[in-house]
Design a protein around this ligand. Sequence first.
Ligand code: F0G
Length: 455
Amino acid sequence: MPLMEPYRIKVVEPIPILTAQQRAEALARAGYNPFNLRADEVTIDLLSDSGTGAFSAAQQAAAALGDESYAGARSWFRFHEVVSDLTGFPHIYPVHQGRGAERILFGALLRPGQVSLSNTHFDTTRANVELLGCQARDLPCPQAKDLDSQYPFKGDLDLDAARAALAEEPGRVGMVIVTITNNGGGGQPVSMANLRAARELCREFGVPLVLDAARFAENAWLVTQREPGYESHSPTEVAKEAFGLADAAVASLKKDGISPMGAFLAVRDRELADRCELVLIATEGFRTYGGLAGHELDRLAQGLREVLEPDYLRSRAATTAYLAQLANDGGVDVVQPPGIHALYLNAGRLLPHIPPGRFPGHALASQLYLEGGIRCAELGSLYLGTLDEHHELVTPAPYELVRLALPRRVYTQSHYEYVAEVLAGIAKRPESVPGYRLTHSPALLRHFNCRLEPV
Ligand code: F0G
């Protein structure tokens, strides 16, 4: 069988095609910040894989059966059955999105002054730790530093560093949270061997192990492809094993639930569950809907079944690998080996004439929009660097990357070939790409609200 999408298109949505002049005007009006663009000014939207996937006919049919009763809706029991079977957790709560689950769980687990350890905290995860007066410490494995190596599990937690942090001061570490796949770390997977070792380490020090399982199915697929001993496992078996190792899990279902909204929070301990439930009811909704409508719970339940189908995961991984190959052929390096939900372009290497303080990642992201109407986001010094009061860069990020996030089941091979063509066009004359200067930079969540201009 050739590698092709295991679905065909039944409902279509037109995509806007703008002229170069219209794109230039739109980006200038947006203050050269893609977050300020209107969606109808974007031709191919690779800003996020979150909440942007396409429904299946079966999901729409499931949604039609949605039960909107306030408590104990049939939809809740259908959602619960799928999540319970997948995770094995005794206490499961629906939440409106991942960050809501983080806020509730971390509030119940952490005390001010404590530390959270992670392979890499996603930005909302970090924010929810810091809002509690705690410290979020990222401990990616040393192999993650080499963007070009083919090491298969660059998402792993650095176990030696985690042990040292746990041993440093008893009681200081409040949780270890492992993000699968590691979105903040190049979308790289975490091996089951690493998760098992993290489980043992946490047990030894009496600290809860939490999974941030937003892309649990994609991580499971990469384990079946890359980890010795898992070749004949199904993605469902791997995912179940991963959840089985954790004391608690938060999962934004906007990703591997293939739905616009939703998440779950799952915990093993009854007393911890009670504390979470109290805050859930006060801030999200009753325990059987948690901020979600009945029809959304039904759509999620069906999405969670579909996302673990091997044919779907195989085709999705092949799409990302294909785009990575096309980017490479066009002269653009990507973080290796490619994961699934996104490609991370090495903009620093492509645009060496732009210093970190003129934001090469942002420059490449802007150029992709100007030349092709492609929207994506920088993951470099604009996002992670520290600035002085004149908005000038003081400490650059370790890498200048651009993330092309791939929405699930949305774009076809020809869309990605178009993306690669635009990228290759830029790579032919990189010196023509200008750097950017910040003109407005809010103190918090800079990348969402800043404004820039080309220099
Ligand atoms: N954890 C991870 C690993 C994520 O990637 C995200 C969201 C969240 C938690 C928060 O979930 O959006 O449902 O509140 N990531 C999106 C992205 C926004 O584009 O990577 P949420």
